[in-house]
Design a protein around this ligand. Structure first.
Ligand SMILES: [Zn+2]
Length: 409
């Protein structure tokens, strides 16, 4: 196996393109927020929360998702959103993550009666990220060129499932307003409102909302049901990523690409599993998968791989060596390593790289490709030429760090 030191993995420039705000709060911050906003939690100590809620392994997806009710409640507050975004950027900068794309479903936080609208929520997030970005980019090390700049983008998620109660004040009201419509009509309409607002806020306020995403229960709510929403984003020059193939078969990835114009795929875990295909129209499963893998690889549709999170939400994988990451590597797909949720998955980007290089054979050239995809396939919110120069600069820095740590390229 490869012998990259943890010091090298920490110092090399990195990105995180799949990072949920509500799954990535600092525990002490969450405790403070819960206390000041009277949010009921099973414990108010770091130890207690790690023991009962934010564990290192989970029995199933349900247990994994349990903690989000507390973080989402804490984020129904503009000051808290700003603080969480600021701290998240700082935590990433500390481990030399030079680019983050942070995603969240604004409608989970929205509550018009408390002044939380799509606009105010996005503005609060923007304030937090901008503050951290400016501080970092004004530092001596960035100014004298010894470290590359930090940038970020925001990904606005639509929830693929929500019900009349218990999701958020916004969703509860939305359901009430559409009481004569079917569940899927309500869900799609809410998603459409989200994407229209995202485009408007991006265009009018200059807030870098770079992409939309679909989050939440995948099984029963495949991407194809949201194709109109993705078409709207597509026609408004907004990038697209979709959680697909995480808890539902390869058909979900197929729909994300063919119906939702996905530039990137979140997880894409079941791209290699014949047994997970349930679509009866697929008669030759082997050929279907082979064609799909070739298509994804050839188009360089990037897979946002979240190793720790996959092991936690899908305990059936068992050993990390069984993870489909080995097939993704062997097929030379466009890959990027991501955390998914720094708090809930109890991880960071350095740790995800460590897990990858400790368990899979990744020569330095391939490692460098993976790092590079995190910048090249990012939805960087600026002009292409600017992005290109920045990505080049980051990769030049990668070479310097490699040299310093005696990693031969
Ligand atoms: Zn995710």
């Amino acid at each position: 196996m490869n012998k990259y030191t943890e010091a090298f993995l920490k110092e090399m420039p990195k990105s995180d393109l799949h990072l949920h705000l509500d799954g990535s709060l600092r525990i002490p911050t969450l405790i403070e927020m819960a206390k000041s906003n009277n949010i009921k939690m099973p414990s108010y100590t770091e130890e207690g929360l790690r023991d009962q809620v934010f564990k290192s392994s989970y029995a199933n997806l349900g247990e994994y998702l349990h903690g989000f009710q507390y973080t989402c409640a804490a984020l129904r507050d503009l000051e808290n959103i700003e603080r969480a975004c600021y701290e998240l950027a700082i935590d990433n900068q500390k481990e030399n993550v030079n680019y983050i794309e942070v995603r969240f479903a604004p409608q989970l936080m929205m509550d018009a009666s408390a002044g939380l609208t799509m606009e105010t929520v996005m503005e609060a997030a923007y304030k937090g990220f901008e503050k951290a970005k400016k501080e970092y980019n004004n530092s001596t090390e960035v100014k004298n060129g010894s470290k590359p700049e930090f940038h970020y983008g925001i990904i606005s998620c639509a929830m693929r499932k929500f019900g009349p109660k218990g999701y958020s004040p916004y969703y509860t009201n939305f359901y009430k307003m559409m009481e004569f419509s079917k569940e899927m009509e309500v869900i799609r309409e809410a998603a459409l409102q989200m994407v229209k607002a995202a485009v408007k806020i991006r265009d009018e306020k200059g807030i870098p909302i770079v992409s939309i995403d679909l989050a939440g229960q995948e099984d029963g709510y495949p991407p194809g049901k949201f194709k109109d929403i993705y078409a709207y984003a597509h026609k408004n020059f907004m990038h697209k990523t979709v959680h697909a193939g995480e808890a539902y078969g390869a058909e979900s990835i197929f729909q994300a690409i063919t119906e939702c114009y996905a530039d990137r795929i979140g997880h894409g875990y079941y791209l290699f599993d014949e047994g997970k295909i349930t679509d009866e129209k697929v008669t030759d499963k082997k050929k279907y998968l082979s064609d799909l893998i070739t298509f994804v690889a050839d188009k360089r549709t990037t897979i946002e791989v979240c190793l720790t999170s996959n092991l936690q939400t899908n305990p059936g994988i068992g050993d990390i060596k069984n993870h489909n990451f080995k097939h993704m590597l062997a097929n030379r797909m466009s890959l990027t390593l991501c955390t998914d949720n720094r708090l809930v998955s109890n991880t960071n980007v350095t740790q995800e790289f460590k897990l990858a290089v400790d368990n899979f054979d990744i020569p330095v050239k391939h490692l460098k490709d993976i790092v590079a995809y995190g910048f090249k396939k990012s939805f960087y919110p600026g002009e292409y030429i600017e992005k290109r120069n920045w990505a080049k600069n980051v990769m030049k820095h990668f070479d310097e760090v490699a040299k310093k740590h005696d990693v031969a390229i």
